[in-house]
Design a protein around this ligand. Sequence first.
Ligand code: NAD
Length: 267
Amino acid sequence: MTDLTGKTALVTGSTSGIGLAIAEALGAAGARIALHGLAGDMEIHDATERVRAAGSPEVAFFGGDMRNPERIHELMAAVDAWGGVDILVNNAGIQHTAPTTEMPDDKWEAIIAINLSACFHTMKAALPGMAARGYGRVVNIASTHGLVASKEKAPYVAAKHGLVGMTKVVALEHAALGDAASGGVTANCICPGWTETALIEPQIEARAKARGGDRTAAIADLLSEKQPSQRMTSPADLGALAVWLCSPAAHNITGVAIPVDGGWTAQ
Ligand code: NAD
């Protein structure tokens, strides 16, 4: 069992989906959790209760629109004042699918801002504290689309490839800090394939519509196209991996992008 007692984790976009599952898993391992997202009061309340119920000793919500660097600076200052960031999970993300020639300019701007630039701003703010403490974990939620491409996802693929590259840079810059006893400072990506969350709902719905509303057939179709295991990943699977990356045993794992994709990128 990984014990994260005494550590503080900021998980961006943790009011739903993968981020919430990671917050629950880190909380269950004993970490204080800074929740974050663009959400209404009910969603924030429910997420907070879930992370508390998972076992986190302290949970607080912090707002901040990741499209706006000023809001990100305020977010990072607020979490720093709450106890500093030992673990940073850059998870907030959005998707929009369309052929490149039809991709709206504002979708390009928003996806690059949230899925890539925001991660630069949060890492820039959090890394000096990690370096000073000799322990730090950056877990960036990229995607299989950080490693390979699909049609109709130009901004998403660009942002996620960029995130994988930027994570390697950060890993190299911090590799020699701390030691095995302190845990060191590492930066890695998790690269999920199809994972059951709201983010992929529009893609499921589009395929279901083409199949007379058959949702099960739509999911099977998505999986058969890319994911050889034919199984969805659950957000909790990714939570377990994030906790392990935060463990002392992972002190020498840095700069890698770990696919959790049922063989998608092995093809
Ligand atoms: P989700 O829609 O359930 O969660 C997205 C989170 O990001 C929410 O908490 C939302 O509030 C937050 N967010 C969105 N826009 C924001 C903004 N402007 N400012 C602040 N927060 C904002 O989706 P998810 O599937 O859990 O996605 C989480 C991450 O996982 C994303 O980075 C996504 O690209 C990645 N991912 C998902 C899948 C999948 O199949 N679901 C696969 C690979 C990678």
